[in-house]
Design a protein around this ligand. Sequence first.
Ligand code: GUN
Ligand code: ZN
Length: 431
Amino acid sequence: MGKLHAFRGEMLSVDEDPLGLPEGAGLSYQADGLLVVEDGVIVARGDYASLATRFADVRVTVLDGLVVPGFVDAHVHYPQMDRIASHGEQLLDWLERHIFPAEKAFSDPAHASAMAQAFLGELLRHGTTSALVFPTVHESSVDALFEAALARNMRIASGKVLMDLGPDGLKDSVESARAETEALIARWAGRGRLSYAITPRFALTSSDAQLALAGELLAAHPDVLLHTHLAENRHECAAVAARFPDAADYLDVYDRFGLVADRSVFAHGIHMSERMCARMGQSGAGIAVCPSSNLFLGSGFFNFGQADRHGVKLGLGTDIGAGTSFSMLYTQGQAYQAALAREERLDPFRALYLATAGSARLLHIEDKVGALGVGQEADFVVLDSAATPLLARRCAGAGLAERLFAMQILGDDRVVSQTWILGECAWDRNV
Ligand code: GUN
Ligand code: ZN
């Protein structure tokens, strides 16, 4: 038996999508809770009063704040971190003008390593402990990220970007994509807490032959994810329709190459037909909703009502560098505002679900993280609802839902006082 370590504090997780459930269902909440961890894994969780005697000899760390599961960012680009807040364009022009030049610099492995370190540091500072990450087309950009994530024990999924129709200096070929992806899977998949995602950038940057290769790779490796972009921007959708006149719609383009499955994660899904949503719901594929990015690039507002009618699996992503914050709290607040723009209400507990267990479900890691359940890994964050003078005023005397919502609307990295990975403190605001 390993050494036990207990954590005492106010604890909240949203284990199940609360949509359609009676109020309070799907939540697990202890006003004064105890979380007991052995070798990084949760072995007990409940009210302090009911567990304290059973674990009387165990070292207890008191956590000052609201303890929630570590956030799971279901879509983020690490090479774009330093291009956040790049002015003036919608998606396709923004890629050409700001993003592709930045990604070309990742042909230098030293640059990739430095960026990967900085990126993972930002994730931890913002309370994000797991993420599905776009690197670049360069094989070494994946090595850099996985190496850094392995050293920090973080739960990261990623995979070399496939883009044989990309600009000069940022494109591969069908054959190099195959060889490099196979080599990376052999080198990294299943090591530590890492997992692999076949990552065609989007329909416009891969040839038909390369999209077919992505389908082949997905079929050949049952444990890998498929990660790409879908129906984000109107000009993008028009270009996809023009290139694939025989496809029923954008999702059908991916479907024809075997890319729509329950292991598939599609970022955005802003411009979705009923057919696309129905097919998505039936396939078990999921959407990483990226509201700060969608507002920043003028892409639109995610249609929660439509997706929910078809039972589409949803998670939340920052989509840095189109997204405007690493904070998954802020992203929850942005999701609320995107929903309201379409006259839908996003409940604060559901927003937290999307940022934790919902995203974990998209990444097929919901048995491991996202709900602070017994048997899960002890990745959690401590939120300080008095992090700023305004938050302190707004939260004074407020109930749980109101405090959570205020942190989603007003909060960011300032609210994250600590981030714990496998029961070890990986970030402390005051150190
Ligand atoms: N579609 C294709 N590539 C990208 C990208 O890098 N960012 C976003 N937001 N959308 C994309
Ligand atoms: Zn993206």
